[in-house]
Design a protein around this ligand. Sequence first.
Ligand code: CTP
Length: 398
Amino acid sequence: MLQGKKIVLGITGSIAAYKSCLIIRQLIKKGAEVQVVITPAGKEFITPITLSALTSKPVISEFFAQRDGTWHSHVDLGLWADAMLIAPATASTIGKMANGVADNMLITTYLSMKAPVFIAPAMDLDMYAHPSTQQNLKTLQSYGNHIIEPGTGFLASKLEGKGRMEEPENIVACLEQFFSQQGSMKGKKVLITAGPTYEKIDPVRFIGNYSSGKMGFALANECANRGAQVELVCGPVSALMQTKSPHIHRIDVESAQEMFEVCKELYPSMDSAILCAAVADFAPETTAKQKIKRTGDDMVIRLKPNPDIAASLGQMKQKGQTLVGFALETNDEESNAQAKLKKKNFDFIVLNSLKDEGAGFRTDTNKITIITAESKKEYPLKSKEEVAKDIVDELERL
Ligand code: CTP
């Protein structure tokens, strides 16, 4: 899996820097080529001589490195690499990465990186648990970077680790798993809907819901990582929700009607659609042109039904196309999900129950059951990134 892969290994100023020697040894044993980029603080913990002996390459550390004909610049490194791994990644480096503070060679390399980026944080528990660090990690993850943390499995998002760096063999296993799946969906086109929809009442008010869009974005990243071309149609999600994969084309919409128009247009040229958006079932019959004033009386808003995007695509579905839906239920979960599967002509439906803690809206985790016409498979509580892998695995199996 790692044979011939070119890995840029970023090392920062943490006591765990000594473990990067073990990472290098394992990567090289598995046939990878490793180029180390080290921060000035990193050099306080491990010497470039050791690292260059292990990698058989000069270590890059200076911001304005002397050009030696082979390693020109951070831009070249960004193009050369098949993956970038930052291990150990300190709170400082994570903060600089999240905010684009390009004051050393490692950060400039990160900002120029075209390949997927893996980050293995290493710091003490208090620094790790600080909201600044947590926010920076979330920001980096929402940009499609992979956070590798102990105890939470591959590409975790459940930010409850202890700050200790994941063990070298697990870090290397993450890279191997990533490369083993890369390209498995090459040539496939996938439509993904994500987030809530807003239905306007007047110029300043709307009917919406608590969907964050995280599940849909995780699905988009997962499909893109596997080489698919993704059309990500998203309702109003937070400005933090960003993607950087060249395989993801994002289309922002606001209302269910707008989402419907875009999806109808796109679906005929797609191989699959995953309908993850929490689409409002109703919209105000009329939208007031001016802000509605308080009159002292009761206020009544009459609602009209929105188009059912899933059911429409289900009707349009051709042989060879697949359609995946979600169901968020509070009661009679399985029978409701089964009914939706049939009614909307889904190939499978991903069921979330609001009875399960950590599942559904506004969480970083999810607990799902995948239901097809013939089968039912329950999964444990996982990060949304890991849940996305399970869903895309199921899609690929079809
Ligand atoms: N969906 C959709 N368009 C809608 C409503 C829902 O595409 N107008 C999709 C969702 O993205 C999801 C699936 O349909 O994949 C199920 O959504 P849900 O709201 O649970 O289903 P409804 O048909 O609205 O059923 P309910 O009566 O439970 O609200």
